[in-house]
Write a protein that binds this ligand. Structure first.
Ligand SMILES: [Zn+2]
Length: 487
């Protein structure tokens, strides 16, 4: 068997002032052809799982392209159009195919195209006719009926932090082989209860998403069920279909798919208030963290999560740390390419005075003037230790650690969420030895930081990934929807 494989991945925060252009994809990942297989084999990613699953079934993969950028504003139409054309050209040149494997996000918004993945899937379906198409989608996918109807099977991540990407990729490849071999004939059901859960309330270790997945996991073990995904959705994409959705795939049993999807949608609706989330004010969080015994205490800057499309350059917590004279603290990481460059130019050991942060997202805080010593410099390359993205190379660009009275600011040049303590270790700081660790992440940091943290405090600082959805000027999401409307 021969499967075509490609990845196009972006989570779009339509409130972000950063547009997502070619440079943003090049900074994260933009590869073509066989190089994809070399880069992703044996990594904790969907492509890693797809490569593994295909090998297990003796399937030959025909690689096309991998394009991913850090979450930010709408993807430029020109870049999207060029990427779609290239993928379609690869499909036409691929020869006879038994299946198509796509690693997509599900919350990509392109300039002028609200349903990016729906548009791409329609184009692929048009090119391949009746060849089955299997798609992995992020837990934060804003799934649309177009995606459901054009793909043969969708496989959503079941975890947040996303630690099952490789498992979902493998599953997608195996089930696609079953469909292509005539052993499965999927019948699917899709439900969209009027819910827009905030990001910080979506973690799967506990809370409402755990309960929904416990129910879904039980259902998935029933005979005739192929797979079930409960997508929490990405609330900061202001499009019609944003929010939670349910997808159930069964084998030749539409009635079963419908019944299970209805039951899950009702369960989600009943849990809607449990998704609501509150965090500590900046002052309270810093004071409480300093008063705690033991180390490290993690202060989660959940609203400035680049993984949710925020800038990653707000200074609210840093400002408070310096105001109260905190010591043995690390801020990981602040996106500020000019400041990182200035530190690199000054050199290790130099004392520099400069403004950091607040450049891109001034609505959520101003730049902060600091004087400190350049402690370390790096080209920003490291390897993720996991559990998330295990084995994948990270590229933060020119990176500097600026030490301001023992508050160490890690300045990076490429936006990337602080989801791995390795992003602190690789610049010579032992995260376990610090009293305070500020991490710019909503939930993903938990997978690797919970095991080393004495305590974790979530902070309600200003930012574009805030879980206080009432702060955003929604205009396009379908209404009424909870919690924007009190249903
Ligand atoms: Zn996600």
């Amino acid at each position: 068997m021969r499967f075509f494989v490609a990845m196009v991945s972006h989570e779009t925060n339509t409130f972000s002032p950063i547009s997502t252009d070619r440079g943003q994809f090049e900074a994260r990942d933009l590869r073509y052809g066989g190089e994809i297989l070399e880069a992703y084999r044996d990594t904790g990613t969907c492509l890693g799982g797809m490569i593994d699953g295909a090998a297990a079934r003796g399937v030959t993969l025909v690689p096309s392209l991998a394009a991913a950028a850090s979450p930010a504003g709408r993807v430029l139409k020109s870049f999207y159009a060029e990427t779609r054309e290239r993928l379609l050209a690869d499909l036409r040149a691929a020869g006879p195919l038994d299946g198509v494997l796509l690693d997509l996000h599900g919350a990509m918004v392109v300039e002028g195209i609200d349903d990016g993945e729906g548009d791409l899937l329609q184009a692929v379906r048009g090119a391949v006719g009746s060849v089955p198409i299997a798609v992995t989608l992020d837990f934060h996918a804003n799934v649309t009926r177009t995606m459901v109807e054009t793909a043969t099977l969708l496989h959503g991540y079941k975890t947040y932090p996303h630690v099952d990407m490789d498992a979902r990729g493998r599953e997608a490849a195996l089930r696609l082989a079953d469909v292509a071999g005539g052993r499965l004939r999927p019948t699917v059901a899709f439900r969209q209860p009027p819910m827009l859960p905030p990001i910080a309330g979506q973690a799967t270790a506990r809370g409402p998403m755990r309960r929904l997945y416990d129910l879904a996991d039980t259902m998935e073990r029933r005979p005739g069920v192929i797979s079930i995904s409960v997508f929490a959705g990405f609330p900061l994409a202001d499009i019609h279909d944003a929010g939670l959705s349910i997808y159930v795939a069964t084998d030749r049993d539409q009635a079963l798919a419908d019944a299970l999807a209805d039951e899950l949608a009702e369960a989600a609706w009943a849990l809607r208030r449990e998704f609501l989330h509150t965090a500590l004010s900046v002052k309270d969080a810093v004071a409480r963290a300093l008063a705690l015994d033991g180390r490290p205490v993690v202060l989660a800057d959940i609203a400035d999560n680049t993984g949710g499309g925020a800038a990653g350059d707000t200074t609210g917590i840093l400002r408070e740390l310096l105001r109260v004279g905190a010591r043995s603290a690390t801020v990981a990481c602040l996106w500020d390419p000019p400041a990182a460059r200035a530190c690199a130019d000054a050199g290790v050991g130099a004392t520099v005075s400069l403004a950091v942060g607040g450049r891109i997202d001034p609505r959520h805080g101003a730049p902060l003037a600091v004087t400190g010593r350049v402690r370390t410099l790096s080209d920003g390359r490291f390897v993720h230790k996991g559990p998330m993205c295990r084995g994948l190379e990270g590229r933060l660009g020119t990176t500097a650690v600026l030490d301001v009275n023992d508050v160490k600011i890690i300045l990076i040049s490429h936006r990337w969420q602080t989801l791995d303590p390795e992003m602190i270790r690789f610049v010579g700081i032992d995260p376990a030895a610090e009293k305070l660790l500020v991490v710019k992440s909503s939930v993903h940091y938990r997978a690797a930081f919970e095991p080393i943290a004495r305590a974790i405090l979530e902070v309600d600082a200003p930012g574009l990934s805030s879980s206080n959805l009432g702060r955003f000027p929604f205009a396009h999401v379908r209404r009424p929807i909870f919690p924007l409307d009190d249903l």
